[in-house]
Design a protein around this ligand. Structure first.
Ligand code: FAD
Ligand code: NAD
Length: 471
């Protein structure tokens, strides 16, 4: 290895946690570097996650809407054809533009971008196996692990990203599969099911639990989402587990049975998507050389200030505790640098929004009704349907509702759950309310522009503390 260079702050992993943290560190005047092995910055989110999936969700929605939802709007459309290659190209262009943008931000904030795979040699030295060949040893006073996550494999079903795919294959299929079976009805499963169902695939989602949506989604919302997605042609098999799979033939065969034992069935499809969660990724990081251990879920263990048991080695993003979300990773990237710089940082884990970018979108922040019940908290519920909102009616987008949960005694907001068009934008208001400890009355007494979907948000708050006007 060549002679070691010395940094104040070194990030391993240039995903959202790592790149945002590195920019922040550069802004704080630290001599900073970021090691990334995939040949592009932005990690899972920009390259194979949030961004490409949202490009396909947006454009497949437009295609589906043009096919099925224009007549009643007074638009007669002729010959509509899918050009999948072009749809993929549009996705690739969005990704390329954004990852290049991060490189530009690195230059602007004087962050050194080191292309390669980092592995600990000792507590202050990381050896980089460079993408362009050779090795380099990098020394740093503070090292932050931000190596992210990978898709959890399904035992016995080997991924080839063609017939048996993860989300990475699901954003890059070269043709629309006649049939697609999705194992796991969480966020990835439902977003990808939406894309391919809209483009013409017969999609079946197999979910082990009795509810779709993955962890955190309110049961009322999940039920409504299932109903609406069902109308869009997606079939659901809940309370069902896959016992084995065989991809050796023309099609992939999955053996499934009722989760509580009983009926067996064989599902056959051209493509199977495995979407049963993601797990922290630390392969090849040389953790054994510094004596840092993982917990039973392969997470790196840290304290409140993101420190491992070696205090100058910290961890942020998907590779440690908390929801595996880009905006959570981003908050931690900033906070960890603030801890290094001044000894305190801020992430409110009680106010991290979740958004599922199906149509309609599902978004929530704070606790759901099941969680409040389980914790024995006394709460009030208020809700407002989009069928009673003027803008939703005008836009012919009336599916869904806004649901508020607030403390029975103090009226402090405990959770907000939305299913409806633009729910992902609207949840920002709920997050701000939660962050500032607002009551439902605070939101209800805040003037909201007319006619907007956000008025449904206000009226749901009104119905929580007194009564809605329009319903
Ligand atoms: P990552 O983004 O995984 O980045 C880690 C980086 O570290 C990777 O680029 C990896 O190559 C690199 N690395 C690993 N080991 C080494 C090493 N030894 N040396 C050098 N580099 C290394 N979240 C949302 O909030 N909204 C969404 O809409 C959303 N959509 C998603 C869609 C899909 C299909 C998927 C899979 C995920 C989605 N997520 C979404 C989750 C989001 O992508 C992650 O939460 C986020 O990327 C986590 O950021 P991170 O920096 O912790 O990890
Ligand atoms: P998830 O944990 O959200 O959902 C996995 C689902 O699979 C759960 O409903 C679970 O019950 C089910 N499941 C698990 N094992 C199963 C089995 N053997 N058979 C059938 N069902 C099974 O995980 P995901 O959807 O893979 O997403 C991974 C991560 O990526 C999540 O943390 C998610 O937040 C993040 N992500 C976020 C977004 C977004 O914010 N829009 C989009 C995509 C991914």
């Amino acid at each position: 290895a060549s002679e070691a260079s010395e940094y104040d702050v070194l990030f391993i992993g240039g995903g959202v946690a790592g790149y945002v943290g590195a920019i922040k560190a550069g802004q704080e005047g630290f001599k900073t570097a970021c090691i990334e092995k995939r040949g592009a910055l932005g990690g899972t989110c920009l390259n194979v996650g949030c961004i490409p999936s949202k490009s396909l969700l947006n454009n497949s929605h437009l295609y589906h809407q043009i096919l099925h939802d224009t007549k009643k709007r007074g638009i007669d459309v002729g010959d509509v054809k899918l050009n999948l290659r072009q749809m993929m190209k549009a996705k690739e262009e969005s990704v390329a533009g954004l990852t290049k943008g991060v490189e530009f931000l690195f230059k602007k904030n004087k962050v050194d971008y080191i292309k390669g795979t980092g592995s600990f040699v000792d507590e202050h030295t990381v050896r980089v196996n460079l993408v362009d060949g050779g090795e380099a040893d990098i020394k740093a006073k503070n090292i932050i692990i931000a190596t992210g996550s990978e898709s959890t494999p399904f035992p016995g079903l080997e991924i080839d990203e063609k017939k048996v795919i993860t989300s990475t294959g699901a954003i890059a299929l070269e043709e629309v599969p006649k049939r697609l079976t999705v194992i796991g009805g969480g966020i990835i499963g439902l977003e990808m099911a939406s894309v391919w169902a809209r483009l013409g695939s017969q999609v079946t989602v197999v979910e082990f639990l009795g509810q779709i949506g993955g962890p955190g989604m309110d049961a009322d919302v999940a039920k409504q989402a299932q109903k609406i997605l069902g109308k869009q042609g997606i079939k659901f098999k809940l309370n069902t587990k896959v016992t084995s799979g065989d991809p050796s033939g023309e099609t992939v065969k999955l053996e499934v049975e009722a989760a509580k034992g009983g009926k067996n069935e064989t599902l056959e499809s051209e493509v199977v998507l495995v979407a049963i969660g993601r797990r922290p990724y630390t392969d090849g990081l040389g953790l054994e050389n510094i004596g840092i251990e993982l917990d039973d879920k392969k997470r790196l263990v840290i304290d409140q200030e993101y420190r491992t048991k070696i205090p100058h080695i910290r961890v942020v993003g998907d590779v440690t505790f908390g929801p595996m979300l880009a905006h959570k990773a981003e908050e931690e990237g900033v906070a960890v640098v603030e801890y290094i710089k001044k000894g305190f940082g801020h992430v409110n884990y009680g106010a991290i929004p979740s958004v599922m970018y199906t149509h309609p979108e599902v978004a929530w922040v704070g606790q759901n009704e099941q969680e409040l019940k389980a914790a024995g908290v006394k709460y009030k519920v208020g809700s407002f349907p989009f069928t009673a909102n003027s803008r939703a009616k005008t836009n012919l987008e009336t599916d869904g509702f806004v649901k508020f949960l607030s403390d029975a005694e103090t009226d402090r907001i405990l959770g907000v759950h939305i299913i409806g068009a633009n729910a992902g934008e609207m949840i920002a208001e709920g997050t701000l309310a939660l962050e500032y400890g607002a009551s439902s009355e605070d939101v209800a007494r805040t003037c909201h522009a007319h006619p907007t979907l956000a008025e449904a948000f206000k009226e749901a708050a009104m119905s929580t503390y007194s009564q809605a006007i329009h319903y």
